[in-house]
Design a protein around this ligand. Structure first.
Ligand SMILES: *[C@@H]1O[C@H](CO)[C@@H](O)[C@H](O)[C@H]1NC(C)=O
Ligand SMILES: *[C@@H]1O[C@H](CO)[C@@H](O)[C@H](O)[C@H]1NC(C)=O
Length: 149
């Protein structure tokens, strides 16, 4: 229920601004939109790749109760696993940053900021669970932003 209100509420609010007759297009016009679109699509592909990698990991460990450390695979999108524990959240954040650049709109930026906070909370939680569970956990990994956070 709460999620529904949150997402539909934001969708309506953002749509109101983006489709308003007084909406001003991004400063750098079509170039900015194209750049942001590529960023969104790249991150979506990344998000999808991580989803597949995690789901394969779960498939492999079916039967045994122990969960495993996810590692990068042959798919370059999963190489973020070298640097962060939750690349799916990194990509999700990237998607929303792309959308913010595309629309160049303050409410969208606010939505992205709230996402960033929530995703960071989840990522840190997961990261510390990994650290607690695995003594040999890769030490280079951060929670969500490579080398930073
Ligand atoms: C993102 O990754 C984390 C850590 O691997 C996982 O716990 C979580 O379920 C994933 N989120 C989604 C929406 O798949
Ligand atoms: C990323 O993938 C997860 C499923 O693994 C999905 O729940 C989430 O909405 C996706 N994020 C974006 C920004 O598309």
């Amino acid at each position: 229920m709460r999620n529904c209100f949150y997402y539909w509420g934001f969708a309506a609010w953002l749509a109101y601004y983006i489709n308003h007759p007084l909406y001003t297009p991004p400063s750098y016009g079509q170039k900015q939109v194209n750049f942001a679109l590529i960023m969104c699509l790249t991150c979506e592909a990344g998000n999808f790749s991580i989803h597949i990698a995690l789901s394969n990991l779960r498939k492999d460990s079916k039967g045994s109760k122990t969960c495993k450390i996810p590692y990068p695979t042959k798919n370059p999108f999963t190489w973020l696993f070298y640097f962060v524990s939750c690349p799916n959240y990194t990509y999700e954040l990237g998607t929303w940053i792309g959308f913010t650049i595309m629309t160049q709109c303050v409410p969208v930026g606010l939505f992205t900021l709230l996402c960033f906070i929530q995703l960071t909370v989840w990522a840190k939680d997961k990261h510390y669970t990994y650290l607690r569970e695995f003594k040999d956990y890769p030490s280079l990994r951060m929670s969500i932003i490579p080398f930073l956070l």
